[in-house]
Structures are given as C-alpha cells and as structure tokens.
Design a protein around this ligand. Structure first.
Ligand code: HXC
Length: 258
C-alpha cells in the first residue's frame, strides 16, 4: 500500500488486514495514521471483494494512544477545530464487521480504537487502559461512553480515574474482548473469524451489526423496532431465499449479497 503509518493487505477470502505500523512510537495514533485508517475503511465500503476487516498492531503493541507529541501542540481552539473527531466518526460508522487482534498495550485512543472493533481477540500479553488522567485530560474518543456501556460503572470509573491497566483476562471477564489467546495466535484467530463472517450473507451481516450497535444508544423499544424492520427487510433478499432453499435441499448456500 502507499500508506505511511498503516499496512493494508490485498483482499483474500473477503478479508483485508489493516496493520497499525508506527513501531517506533508504539503505534501512537497520529493524525495521519487515523486519516489513513478512515480512508482505507471508506474506500472498502463499496469494494465488493471486502466483506470484513481485521485491525491489528502486530504481536507486540496494539496502540499507545493518541500521539502525545502532536496533542501537545494544540490549545483549546486547536482541539475544538481538530479534524480527528471526523476520522473517529468514519471509523464508528463503518458498516462492515471489524475484528480486532490486540496484543500488548491498548491505551487511551488505542483502547478506544479497540472498542470500535466489533469483535476483539486479545493476546494474553494485552494490557488495556485509559491513562489520559495522568496527562491532565480525559478520554476523548468514546473512552467514557463506550467503556461504561460495556464494562459498567465501577470498572469504567476505575480505569478512567486511576489510569491503571487491566489484563486481557480481566478485559474478557468485563466483555471488552471475546477471546484470549497466546499472542502469536490472536491474529490467526481474528482472521479465521473474519473469513467465517465473510462467507455469510452480507446484507444480513450488515443489518445485524447495525442492530447490535443500536443497542448502545437507544431504548429497548426503539432497538426492538429497528431489529424488526431489519428482519422484515431481509425477507426481500435473494440471499434469504437461497439460505432457506439450501437448508431445505440439504446443500451449501451460495450467497450473492443481493
Ligand atoms: C507519542 C509515544 C506514545 C504516545 C509511546 N510513544 N507512546 N509517542 N504518543 N502515545 C513513544 C515514546 O515517546 C518513545 O519514543 C517510544 O514511543 C517508546 O516508548 P517508551 O515509553 O520508551 O516504551 P515503553 O517503556 O515500552 O512504554 C510503552 C508505554 C509508554 C507504556 C506504551 O510509552 C506510555 O505510557 N505511553 C503513553 C501512553 C498514554 O498515555 N496514552 C494515552 C495518550 S492520550 P522515543 O522517541 O522516546 O523513542 C490519548 C487521548 C485520546 O490517547 C483522546 C482521543 C483521541
């Protein structure tokens, strides 16, 4: 790829891998890295070869947060006019599944990026934290909101107020990650999951993700309505006819994304 701060693989079996690639800065999420990430995701939306995305930082570190050196340059007006929130919004609104393979530190903005992944596989060397408090700031890309909705009040307060880290196993206990592996296996497992999902009917996958994410931000009634509308919409797809026909005929379905 032509990127400076990330590596992007060619699509294979419906999956691309985006590797955060600033090892000398512990993959700190500088503006350019976030921009490249948002652009890659945007470009993949209409690419039918891409059905799911794996994001990883490699075996040693996921991401040590926002780039503190860049952040140091910004005063209040600078932060107010910062383009970064628009990159985060594009990542948050990405419609295809994102699987995170997280090893080593996932701190600050790195922990927040991890929370933008729909499924996370963590190496047992992973450490999660929101250490912003040590810099006189607070999380700014969902670390007070998404974190609390996932791990509950006490652990969210503990992480954000103390800046202490938690381990991969604790993160699993609290629902931040779904599986813990040895560090060498987290990427393989994430890729396998992504390839499994890539074989599923894409419209159903997309509406399932949308419905699940809605649960973060709405009442049960509104969420149930959205789920039902999505469920109803799917009755019009060729893939539903194919999935049900294949079941009846005891054969494998062939989904077309229509
Ligand atoms: C810029 C960073 C960085 C960061 C590490 N580096 N983290 N540069 N921004 N977030 C750089 C260091 O300056 C150093 O560069 C090199 O990476 C190696 O770092 P070390 O500290 O020597 O490595 P190590 O001892 O292994 O410790 C790793 C670490 C530590 C625990 C991850 O680097 C650390 O605490 N980093 C900061 C974590 C943090 O506070 N994150 C929150 C950021 S605020 P040189 O040039 O000296 O070799 C945030 C706000 C988000 O994320 C708001 C929403 C957007």
């Amino acid at each position: 790829s032509d990127y400076q701060d990330i590596l992007v693989s060619e699509p294979e079996s419906g999956v691309i891998t985006i590797t955060l690639n600033r090892p000398a800065a512990r993959n700190a999420l500088c503006n350019n890295l976030l921009k490249e990430l948002a652009e890659t995701l945007d470009a993949s939306i209409s690419d039918e070869r891409i059905k799911a995305v794996v994001i990883t930082g490699g075996e040693k570190v996921f991401a040590a947060g926002a780039d503190i050196k860049e952040m140091a340059e910004l005063d209040t007006v600078g932060v107010m006019n910062d383009i970064r929130p628009s990159y985060w919004r594009r990542i948050a609104q990405y419609p295809k599944p994102i699987i995170g393979a997280v090893n080593g530190f996932a701190l600050g903005g790195g922990c927040e990026l991890m929370m933008h992944c729909d499924i996370v596989i963590a190496g047992d060397n992973a450490l999660f934290g929101q250490p912003e408090i040590n810099l006189g700031i607070i999380p700014g890309a969902g670390g007070t909101q998404r974190l609390l909705r996932t791990v509950g009040k006490s652990m969210a307060m503990q992480l954000v107020l103390s800046g202490e880290f938690i381990t991969a196993e604790q993160a699993r206990d609290f629902g931040l990650v779904s599986e813990v592996t040895i560090p060498e296996m987290s990427y393989k497992r994430a890729l396998k999951l992504a390839k499994t999902i890539a074989k599923k009917p894409p419209i159903a996958v997309r509406l399932a993700k949308e419905s699940l994410l809605k649960a973060y931000e709405t009442t049960l009634e509104t969420g149930l309505n959205l789920e039902r509308k999505a469920f109803t919409l799917l009755a019009a797809t060729d893939d539903r006819r194919e999935g049900i026909a294949a079941f009846m005929e005891k054969r494998r379905p062939e989904f077309k994304g229509k």
